[in-house]
Design a protein around this ligand. Structure first.
Ligand code: SF4
Ligand code: SF4
Ligand code: SF4
Length: 169
């Protein structure tokens, strides 16, 4: 009975972990979009892909379907509005939506600080002061402050910060 319970627990933990991995693979879209379904319906037919060319941070890439997604590996979003200014199809049209639609998480198994190694690299680039350390070694992200800008990710030496889109497009 105990083995069955344990098997059931491992099965549910493993499918939950698999689900989280799948979630993390979902692409992050640019800001300023009120209706994420527009990325699928309008972007493939957009000939200019002007959002990608306008982004000075060069974080907007175009996938194989012709849809823009964000790459936070080198730079983050400054919410400069440039992508919205050039999107003639008005996929990116609501400048009040100046945040990335994502949950941001620190993997405590990868994070150096959570492993008792002195590191606070992610804290300084966070202009929203959304990353706080409990004591010296336990960074946490306050999603009430976080805009999903991605700058913390660009400096994390352990690749411990992940972005999970809230809405599927
Ligand atoms: S410019 Fe607008 S319509 Fe064209 S790919 Fe970018 S978001 Fe889509
Ligand atoms: S708001 Fe500016 S920095 Fe952010 S994705 Fe658009 S163009 Fe790039
Ligand atoms: S993604 Fe969030 S936690 Fe990271 S730097 Fe931007 S606002 Fe701060």
């Amino acid at each position: 009975m105990i083995d069955e319970e344990r098997r059931g627990l491992f099965t549910s933990l493993s499918s939950a972990a698999k689900g989280r991995t799948e979630e993390r693979k979902k692409p992050l879209r640019p800001p300023y979009c009120g209706d994420p379904s527009l990325f699928q319906s309008l972007c493939p037919g957009c000939e200019t892909k002007a959002c990608a060319g306008a982004c000075e941070e060069e974080i907007i890439l175009i996938d194989e379907k012709g849809i823009p997604f964000l790459d936070f590996s080198r730079r983050g979003c400054t919410f400069c509005d440039a992508c919205a200014d050039v999107c003639e199809a008005d996929v990116l049209s609501d400048k009040s939506l100046n945040f990335i639609d994502t949950n941001v998480e620190i993997d405590i198994l990868k994070c150096l600080a959570w492993q008792q190694v002195m590191c606070n690299s992610c804290k300084d680039p966070c202009l929203e002061h959304a990353i706080t350390f409990l004591g010296l070694f336990r960074p946490e992200i306050d999603m009430n402050r976080c805009t999903g800008c991605g700058w913390c990710n660009t400096v994390c030496p352990a690749d411990a910060i992940s972005f999970v889109p809230k809405k599927k497009d």
